[in-house]
Design a protein around this ligand. Structure first.
Ligand code: ATP
Ligand code: MG
Length: 560
């Protein structure tokens, strides 16, 4: 392709709302254009990249034996009522009515639709296992769309669903999808990690996320420094521990006027926050509960959700109505259930609120307090790895994929049965497997850029090679040689861009570097005098002179 036929929409400045590098560079390189919050158009260069990512995913999904389908983005409310998600799904689900007043939503995911299809068309155990996938637009009315296409409201997902007769078969496909995802992310040239992920109420290790490691990632990923253990912080599970220290202090009440935070109390008493207990009050469907954590630990909301279902932190008014004093809540005589985190339960001689305004207790121990224990907290750097090997290190990750064993959750609700070998109806088991196709592009850029712009891995670059002729529109000699090389490359099947614009060399270089095209060949009158072309790789500063006659075989050897 020639640049004069293409919309080159590069720009010098990034918009103010672009906080992360990938967002800035995708706009500056003219890959995407913002339409409204969380809504982006893909410009021609962006579409070329998108199609390449899609092609890799499609090839690998086909290889894994999944069949491509394409389902509507608009979905009738009845399906979501059948699965129970019409009420469960929050405001991320964009709901609307058609002209007849019937309710619909824009699909944030497609379990309901695919399960209905399977119920209709997959009727016999002989058809199982069977997998479907699509590459299609999703809509989620995200509370805070940000980082460009990394967290947008409309985005493209590859979603796949598998149907099985039994758990063994589900496990087999799950393992195959795990391997397939690794192949996809390897081909995309990403530095990624599969990690254990939370699987909510279903439990078990039946879910993995794939994270691209990057400082801009929204997730915290925990790794053992001694083993292969890797998990989303949401999922790092701790078990009950033995108390090692013995209580020795006398409990006393101290005036801690206006010291309502752990930090303030710890500083005032010259102790570490880890010697304090913080008590949170939450409102659950079973009523109010007090949660006690070590002062330096944070509540893990996913764990709390798995224990209590929907919950929220109690408001000031609710705390007051319980007769408790915010900032001075302790562990004794609370009048509501007390749940103590495992790490808090082995502390002794600690500090906590006195349940009295302006007072804390020191030298407190758990004796005579009634409570239950649970795993409530987030992991912190240096925690023992749950597999017993090494300590945890925490890094940031961008979730690009998620695989999940759903079991019979949807198939039961939506009647996806098959006739089993015995002639009786059997509920199928399901797996689901997602990749954020558009997020993958942003994540790739987060790992591959420099001061000049994007450095696309060859597998998804919009073009493999750019030919930059100097004075193309003035020197017939340069034009003839450049056109000839361009034709040779085209014939050889190389994705080549010929920069035939009447622009200064500096601008042409800057654009191809911003766009991250992996290989560049420059042709000028001086090169022509010596029958040479100049080669430069985007990811190297070296410029190499190559004989013009050997330019094609040279570039072929680079691209292979
Ligand atoms: P997140 O935790 O980032 O909100 P999720 O767990 O809700 O994602 P899934 O439902 O597992 O996401 O969707 C599958 C994949 O779709 C994710 O792994 C991610 O790559 C992508 N994805 C999810 N939400 C968005 C979004 N708002 N914008 C772009 N990609 C997204
Ligand atoms: Mg997820």
């Amino acid at each position: 392709m020639k640049t004069t036929q293409l919309l080159i929409a590069t720009q010098k400045e990034a918009p103010n709302d672009a906080q992360v590098v990938s967002h800035q560079l995708m706009i500056r390189a003219g890959l995407i254009a913002k339409l409204a919050s969380g809504l982006y158009s893909y410009l021609p260069m962006g579409v070329r990249v998108l199609k390449k990512v899609e092609a890799i995913i499609r090839e690998e999904m086909d290889k894994a034996g999944a069949q491509e389908v394409l389902m509507p983005i608009a979905q009738p409310a009845e399906l979501w009522q059948e699965s129970g998600r019409w009420d469960q799904y929050g405001p991320e689900l964009l709901r609307f009515k058609d002209r007849h007043g019937r309710e619909f939503c824009l699909g944030p995911t497609h379990e309901e639709v695919i399960t209905t299809l399977a119920a209709q068309y997959v009727r016999s155990y002989k058809q199982l296992p069977m997998s479907f996938y699509q590459i299609q637009t999703k809509f989620r009315d995200e509370i805070r769309p940000r980082f460009g296409v990394m967290r947008s409201r409309e985005f493209i997902m590859k979603d796949a669903y598998s149907f099985h007769l039994d758990q063994d078969s589900l496990q087999q496909t799950y393992t195959l999808m795990h391997q397939t995802y690794c192949r996809i992310f390897d081909r995309l040239g990403l530095d990624y990690r599969p990690v254990l992920a939370d699987s909510g109420a279903i439990g078990g290790d039946a879910s993995h996320e794939f994270h691209v490691l990057a400082d801009s990632g929204e997730d915290a990923i925990c790794f053992s420094d001694k083993s292969d253990y890797a998990a989303n912080i949401e999922k790092v599970a701790f078990t009950q521990q033995q108390q090692t220290a013995t209580p020795s202090a006398q409990q006393a009440s101290v005036l801690t006027k206006k010291k309502t935070s752990i930090e303030a109390v710890a500083q005032f008493l010259s102790i570490k926050p880890s010697n304090c207990i913080k008590t949170l009050i939450v409102n659950t469907s079973e009523g109010f509960k007090a949660l006690a954590l070590r002062g330096d630990h944070e509540l893990n909301e996913v764990k709390a959700h798995n224990l209590f279902g929907e919950f929220e932190l109690a408001s000031d008014a609710q705390i007051k109505s319980l007769g408790l004093k915010k900032g001075f809540i302790g562990i004794k005589a609370l009048g509501i259930d007390l749940v103590v985190d495992y790490s808090a339960s082995i502390m002794c001689d600690f500090v906590c609120g006195a349940n009295e305004w302006d007072y804390h207790l020191t030298g407190v121990n758990w004796q005579e307090t009634v409570f239950t224990q649970a795993d409530l907290r987030n992991a912190v750097e240096g925690d023992n790895s749950p597999d017993g090997q090494g300590k945890l290190v925490i890094k940031r990750g961008i979730e690009v994929g998620h695989i999940f064993q759903l079991g019979s959750k949807y198939s039961k609700a939506m009647g996806a049965n098959v006739i089993g070998e015995s002639g009786r109806a059997v509920t199928t088991l399901m797996g689901c497997y997602g990749i954020g196709v558009t997020r993958v592009i942003a994540a790739t850029i987060e790992q591959n850029y420099d001061a000049r712009g994007i450095i696309f891995p060859q597998s998804i670059a919009p073009f493999q090679l750019v030919i930059v002729p100097i004075n193309y529109n003035k020197s017939t000699r340069v034009k003839t040689l450049a056109d000839e090389l361009y034709q040779l490359c085209l014939t050889a099947g190389i994705e080549v861009l010929l920069d035939d614009r009447k622009e200064r060399a500096g601008i042409m270089f800057a654009d191809s570097e911003l766009l991250g095209i992996p290989h560049r060949m420059v042709l000028s009158d001086t090169h022509a005098d010596n029958a040479k072309v100049e080669y430069k790789a985007r990811n190297s500063a070296d410029k190499i002179e190559v004989n013009y006659d050997e330019a094609l075989s040279f570039i072929q050897s680079k691209i292979k």
